[in-house]
Design a protein around this ligand. Structure first.
Ligand code: G3P
Length: 217
């Protein structure tokens, strides 16, 4: 499963890219608002750090305006993926971008039917929001499983991008359920490597090594 980082914070992206763990970046209007930075400049800056896919979301809600904004966003760098809401207007804009080979990410997906429509419109990625589905007492991971089964049944090429990831368990469960990508907040990425038994074992190794009085170099 690929890892994207879900943030508009350029410094976080730069730091996490150095780990070699990241395969892409997603942003959304809420994350841009949190960063306090100018949107299109931020996208250009992120694209100067990485050639990996960078999702940039349109602000418009009607097809023609989405196409206009998406075309502009795609002109910023070749790795920009135009992020569109999963509405009928968004699907029409998606079909347009798909015809001219501009990559898309259909966001705010909460049902298997919506994912099916995204795939039929030629979306590159569809983003089921598993945390927000869990928030209303429906199993977000079950949604990933259903979408995986549908896409496999009909050999759709649209990639399942598990979004609204809130915990380390969401990451492993998304991988088990067959998501192609998970977009993960930086705080959760940092927690993935942590295990108390690793810390305990390492402490012991350090103490035992010291007791040998040896050095490697
Ligand atoms: O990728 C979408 C994500 O940013 C939404 O996450 O936690 O606001 O539901 P959340």
């Amino acid at each position: 499963m690929k890892f994207f980082v879900d943030t508009a914070n350029v410094e976080e992206i730069r730091e996490l890219m150095e780990t070699g763990l990241l395969d892409g970046v997603t942003t959304n209007p809420s994350l841009v608002a949190q960063s306090g930075q100018e949107f299109t400049k931020t996208i250009a800056e992120i694209c100067s750090i990485t050639d990996a896919p960078v999702s940039a979301e349109v602000a418009a809600t009607e097809t023609e305006a989405m196409i206009e904004e998406g075309t502009y966003l795609a002109s910023i760098a070749p790795n920009v993926v135009v992020k569109l809401p999963l509405t009928f207007d968004g699907l029409r804009a998606c079909a347009h971008f798909s015809r001219i080979n501009i990559k898309t990410n259909l966001t705010l997906c909460f049902s298997a039917n919506q994912a099916l429509l995204a795939a039929k419109s030629g979306a590159t990625y569809v983003s089921p929001f598993i945390g927000r589905v869990d928030d209303i007492n429906i199993d977000g991971i079950e949604l990933i499983r259903d979408i995986r089964a549908i896409f496999d049944n009909y050999a759709f090429e649209t990639k399942i991008l598990a979004a609204s990831i809130r915990s380390v368990n969401h990451v492993s469960q998304s991988a088990v359920a067959g998501a192609d990508v998970a977009t993960i907040p930086p705080t959760v990425i940092r927690k993935l490597a942590h295990h108390p038994l690793t810390d305990k074992g390492l402490k012991q190794f350090v103490e035992d090594w010291k007791s040998t009085g040896q050095t490697i170099i």
